[in-house]
Write a protein that binds this ligand. Structure first.
Ligand SMILES: *[C@@H]1O[C@H](CO)[C@@H](O)[C@H](O)[C@H]1NC(C)=O
Ligand SMILES: *[C@@H]1O[C@H](CO)[C@@H](O)[C@H](O)[C@H]1NC(C)=O
Length: 325
């Protein structure tokens, strides 16, 4: 009996340590399922490091999706771009390239030879990859030549179920698999509840989304290309000062892009939610002293739902006629 119980306990321990999958994927444009199978929401129209220099076989793999807000209904996020960086660990030679909704669509429609465009690095595409079949439903993929990993990019279908199909999937098949830890990569290192543990360690237990935004926009290793994303990142990184203030900016401003009622109201008034987010970050990081960001944000939030703390401050500081619903 004792032996039996011991075996059960051992099995339980073994199961936990092998609980990590070698898959990380995004679904519906906004939910990333990490290597430890927890779900993280990525509702911002900017880039993030899903996978960053994760060891898989002989490779260091980086996968950086770029989100955007689908403009038609203005409440769905879709993955508009997928940047992939690979480095051979033995000789440090690289391949860097990307796909976009358009590149992938053209490949599927036989208008383009490859679903990913090589951007940089010494390695030649044909020496390291094969591509998945064109027949695949709204998806393109890269398959490493030795079968070490596969990276899939799922397009969204504008005529069908919209954002639902939008995603990516990274899957490592090699026995050599060492994922980088959160927050360097959102997919994490396969340890359970890393985001939760991070929050606790920073004593920021109250706001999971704020923690995520803090990590994305204080990470200057992500090459943000959209100008408002870039300015938000630079403001957070260089101008905000203390961690507490950076966190406060993340906490007060994320609902502008992360909550449908703000996104839709701001877009409905023909303004851009990411621009309002940027002005909000600039305003909070300036200790509410930057008059320009106050005015711009006031215009963008006018006639929209009240945003905690921010609406009142803006009204008091620079825009007395700010109307909120
Ligand atoms: C990585 O580089 C080494 C050394 O040049 C080479 O032998 C190996 O085949 C490369 N790996 C892959 C997967 O191309
Ligand atoms: C995984 O990452 C967390 C922090 O995100 C760290 O505390 C933990 O030690 C890491 N585990 C391994 C096995 O590297």
């Amino acid at each position: 009996m004792k032996v039996f119980v011991a075996v059960l306990v051992l099995c339980a321990i073994a199961h936990t340590s092998f609980g990590m999958t070698k898959v990380c994927e995004a679904k519906k444009g906004k939910k990333v399922v990490t290597f430890s199978e927890t779900a993280e929401t990525t509702e911002f129209p900017c880039k993030y490091n899903a996978v960053r220099r994760t060891k898989c076989g002989e490779w260091l793999v980086t996968v950086t999706p770029g989100n955007d807000l689908e403009t038609d209904k203005n409440k769905h996020y879709v993955i508009k771009t997928l940047w992939v960086g690979l480095e051979n660990m033995t000789n440090t030679l690289k391949w860097e390239g990307r796909s976009t909704l358009k590149i992938a669509r053209k490949y599927l429609d036989n208008l383009k030879m490859a679903p990913f465009t090589r951007k940089d690095g010494f390695l030649k595409t044909e020496d390291i990859f094969t591509y998945g079949p064109r027949t695949a439903d709204n998806q393109v993929s890269l398959i490493e030549k030795n079968g070490d990993f596969k990276i899939t990019y799922n397009l969204y279908d504008p005529d069908g179920s919209m954002h639902k199909s939008s995603g990516f999937r990274f899957e490592c098949f090699s026995d050599t698999f060492v994922p980088t830890a959160y927050p360097q990569q959102l997919c994490g290192n396969g340890t359970e509840s890393e985001v939760h543990k991070f929050k606790k360690s920073m004593e920021w237990q109250d706001n999971r989304m704020a923690t995520l935004f803090f990590n994305i926009f204080t990470n200057d290793e992500i090459a943000q290309t959209e100008s408002n994303c870039l300015t938000s990142q630079r403001t957070m990184t260089n101008k905000c000062g203390t961690k507490e203030k950076q966190y406060m900016a993340a906490k007060l401003c994320w609902p502008i892009v992360g909550k449908p009622r703000y996104q839709r109201c701001i877009s409905g008034n023909m303004d851009k939610p990411i621009s309002a987010f940027r002005h909000c970050v600039e305003y909070v990081c300036s200790d509410y002293k930057d008059a320009n960001s106050c005015l711009a944000l006031g215009d963008e939030l006018d006639m929209c739902p009240t945003l905690d703390t921010i609406t009142l401050k803006v009204r008091a500081d620079c825009k007395p006629d700010l109307f909120s619903t």
